[in-house]
Design a protein around this ligand. Structure first.
Ligand code: CDP
Ligand code: MG
Length: 140
């Protein structure tokens, strides 16, 4: 029953897709345990994506992720990490399965609308990166 971190990226906030994305999360039966709207600083974005610092897309990714506000979410429920990744779809929207959020709304491999942690270790790190314990609803 681990929590995972979800981010609605600046492209989606700018396009006013927040409500539709949260609706998909609710329809899937996942649970919102924490949420905030924030504009990431370059330092935060660089540290958050530090695993990608040697990739060719790193600088552009940091610029994109700091280009406007994001919605940060702590998402819980049974198998939340896998289920949120499945609902998001593959990194490249063109390759993502039908009915996934990235397939439906993504416009490029970079501007792919949402983020989700990819493992229990990553989820623990990423949730803690943005949320204090007292900002997360306890599991019932
Ligand atoms: O987000 P996900 O875990 O699916 O993919 P990632 O490989 O961890 O990459 C992190 C983010 O970098 C992606 O969600 C894209 O926004 C961006 N990216 C990119 O701009 N170009 C790539 N070739 C790969 C990823
Ligand atoms: Mg990733």
């Amino acid at each position: 029953m681990a929590n995972t971190l979800g981010i609605i990226k600046p492209d989606a906030v700018r396009r006013r897709l927040v409500g539709r994305i949260i609706q998909r999360i609710e329809q899937e039966g996942l649970i919102l345990r924490g949420m905030k709207v924030q504009r990431l600083s370059p330092e935060q974005a660089r540290r958050f994506y530090a695993v990608h610092e040697n990739k060719p897309f790193y600088k552009s990714l940091v610029d994109f992720m700091t280009s406007g506000p994001v919605v940060l979410m702590v998402i819980g429920g049974h198998r939340s990490i896998e289920r949120w990744r499945d609902l998001m779809g593959a990194t490249d929207p063109a390759k993502a399965k039908y009915n996934t959020i990235r397939r439906e709304f993504g416009t490029s491999i970079e501007r792919n609308v949402v983020h989700g942690s990819d493992s229990p270790e990553t989820a623990r790190f990423e949730v803690g990166f943005f949320f204090r314990d007292d900002e997360i609803l306890p599991k019932e």
